[in-house]
Ligand binder design. Structure first.
Ligand code: SF4
Length: 366
């Protein structure tokens, strides 16, 4: 298949792995931002092809993983209301809140449904005017345009029984929080290709200049990732801190302007809390004033929730690249995909789930 097969080609993988060994003269630490990249790295053993001087850290780019506990609690509470149809992508149903997850709420009788597009939820609301239909709008910059489109459609069609529970986060502020932390180890970033397909990569230029770190916009197949690592190492070895684009087949510097305009019409930048990390200023999206009637938190009066995170789970440190999953005492024992303690074990893009699936816990402890 075009754009897939050539980026899984074994000979190309070997060539990039060899080229990385050839140019690496000292230790470097690189973070892949996106959970999809983490999943591919662990699945294909990309990290095992690298010379020992290179350390890959897994970043916070899994939206399911960083959705805060209190948002899950709000979702569970709203779903339990008798007149509500609560809709979501399937990956949010097993994320644990304080008192269970949406799947458990469904088993208790809540009308929780999986949809494949927020526009399906708008249609569902239009077909069920006596019900309140809520969509769990979770994600990074990648899903924001579709969620903005759903709100715009609901407004245009006069579907007033549709709301969204918003948990949108933005990548560059999280990267700046990592770079600005006093114990930061990251010297270069693989930026998430699909995020940049929407927003472009101009936002990374000031970060590269301010913190003197290279960014390489990178795709998701093994050859993409190895080429992204190669380009990052080459910059580091040459003392450059620039923004380069490995994923040119999908990403333009300016991104997708109509999608950006749609998002800017519906959403505004707000502070957001990230699970395991805490609040980061200007790191999320919230509905603009004209569209707040579509805000599920306001409609259902669930604004001021707080929640405790698991004391055992170290997913916050995993999400910031400070620990590997197998350094967590619960990894593979009391925390596993069947019984996850933290969100990084629930989502297939979570680092803990990727390690559990592709690396035996026993092997990781050796
Ligand atoms: S293994 Fe489980 S408890 Fe440990 S950090 Fe990962 S999700 Fe949290």
């Amino acid at each position: 298949m075009k754009f897939i097969d050539e980026y899984r080609d074994a000979e190309a993988v070997r060539q990039f792995a060899h080229a990385i060994v050839h140019i690496t003269t000292r230790e470097w630490t690189i973070m892949e931002v996106c959970g999809g990249q983490t999943h591919a790295i662990v699945k294909y053993g990309v990290d095992e092809l690298l010379p020992p001087q290179i350390t890959l850290l897994h970043g916070p780019g899994c939206p399911v993983c960083v959705t805060p506990v209190e948002l899950i609690d709000k979702a569970v509470e709203i779903s339990a209301r008798p007149d509500v149809i609560f809709t979501s992508f399937g990956d949010m149903l097993r994320v644990p809140g304080t008192h269970g997850d949406l799947l458990a709420a469904k088993s208790r009788g809540a009308d929780v449904r999986i949809v494949y597009s927020p526009l399906d939820a708008v249609d569902l609301a239009q077909a069920n005017p006596c019900k309140q239909v809520v969509f769990f709008a979770v994600g990074f910059e990648t899903t924001a345009p579709a969620n903005a489109m759903a709100v715009a459609q609901a407004a245009r069609r006069g579907v007033t029984n549709f709301t969204i529970l918003v948990s949108h986060v933005l990548v560059p502020p999280a990267i700046e929080a990592i770079l600005g932390s006093k114990d930061n180890q990251v010297q270069g970033f693989l930026a998430a290709g699909h995020v940049c397909a929407v927003v472009g990569f101009e936002e990374y230029l000031p970060l590269a200049a301010k913190y003197r770190v290279p960014f390489v916009v990178t795709g998701f197949e093994p050859v993409d990732i190895l080429q992204g690592i190669y380009m990052t190492i080459r910059q580091l070895e040459e003392g450059r801190a620039e923004v380069e684009n490995q994923y040119a087949r999908a990403v333009r510097r300016e991104g997708n302007i109509p999608a950006q305009q749609l998002v800017a019409n519906i959403f505004e930048i707000v502070p957001r809390k990230w699970r395991g990390i805490g609040e980061i200023a200007r790191s999320g999206l919230g509905l603009r004033a004209p569209y707040r009637t579509f805000d599920a938190e306001r409609r259902f009066g669930v604004m001021g929730y707080t929640a405790e995170e698991s004391r055992i789970c170290i997913s916050g440190q995993v999400l910031q690249g400070k620990k590997k999953p197998f350094e967590c005492p619960a990894y593979g024992t009391i925390c596993n995909p069947e019984s996850p303690l933290g969100a990084t074990m629930v989502s297939s893009e979570g680092a803990c789930a990727a390690y559990f699936r592709y690396r035996r816990p026993e092997a990781n402890r050796e």
